[in-house]
Design a protein around this ligand. Structure first.
Ligand SMILES: C[S@@+](CC[C@H](N)C(=O)[O-])C[C@H]1O[C@@H](n2cnc3c(N)ncnc32)[C@H](O)[C@@H]1O
Length: 246
């Protein structure tokens, strides 16, 4: 089957599987509710999710190969670099900047995603929300570490059991939404070193684990779910103490 036809079929399948708002609508809701002073996005591509950060939010987007043609937010800054290089530079200049909302949607491997999470958490504060895309692969092909389809999540789904094991202190919510789900992470701790210390161990343990629906279902079952509605996402933020109930 040609790639375009496969992609159209995949999109129809995820739309049927995940009724409710898509991930960008959820992100737009998060911007409205949290009104972040500083927003960080890892993986910008054409800038559709990055455009949800409106002035006066100071937005930083990081992507080694961005395809953005226009940015309307005068407070936005696009950094053409890998996330590792970006955080390396923050470390080098010893900045004390922190982000209020972070969206991780860069290189879709589990170890890079967890490194992005570790790094983002170091530049967070207890009121920060970190969101991660691509936790629901549609099928084994989309979950391959090497990209072989337009619809690609890589093996980011493996972060679910790893976070369950190594970061039970985080307050996590799994939102089943188009296109590939969204992980909400609150209760972050900028001083936590648990993921960094366990990196060799979890990479060795999970690198060769294949995607199967059963393995993914088991991983999903380890973490709390947030129904894909504005009300449920709002309630998650309220319970996590990130917004106050009216
Ligand atoms: C799925 S796209 C991002 C889509 C965008 N967040 C949206 O929802 O509109 C993934 C992007 O991650 C970028 N990327 C790949 N490796 C990266 C890395 N190491 N650090 C940061 N971004 C990376 C790619 O260049 C690509 O543009």
């Amino acid at each position: 089957m040609d790639l375009k036809k496969q992609h159209d079929e995949d999109r129809a399948e995820v739309a049927a599987r995940f009724p409710g708002p898509d991930y960008r609508e959820i992100l737009a809701l998060l911007h409205r509710l949290l009104q972040p002073a500083r927003y960080l996005e890892i993986g910008v591509n054409t800038g559709k999710s990055f455009a949800l950060a409106k002035s006066p939010t100071r937005a930083v987007g990081v992507d080694p190969e961005p395809r953005v043609t226009r940015i309307d937010n005068p407070n936005a800054n696009l950094v053409k670099a890998t996330s590792d290089a970006f955080f390396g530079e923050l470390d080098r200049v010893r900045t004390n900047v922190t982000f209020d909302l972070v969206f991780i949607d860069g290189l879709h491997t589990f170890e890079q995603t967890l490194r992005d999470l570790q790094n983002a958490e170091r530049y967070s504060h207890p009121g920060t929300l970190i969101c991660i895309d691509d936790i629901y692969p549609l099928h084994a092909r989309a979950a391959q570490r090497q990209r072989d389809s337009i619809f690609w999540t890589g093996d980011v789904w493996k972060i679910l059991p790893i976070l369950h094991t190594y970061r039970p202190d985080l307050r996590i919510g799994v939102v089943p939404c188009v296109t590939s789900g969204l992980l909400l992470i609150a209760g972050v701790n900028p001083r936590s070193t648990r993921l960094a210390e366990a990196e060799d161990q979890y990479v060795a343990e999970y690198m060769d684990v294949p995607f199967t629906t059963a393995a993914h279902d088991q991983a999903l079952g380890m973490l709390p779910h947030v129904p894909n509605t504005a009300a449920a996402v709002t309630a998650f933020l309220e319970t996590a103490g990130l917004v106050t109930a009216p």
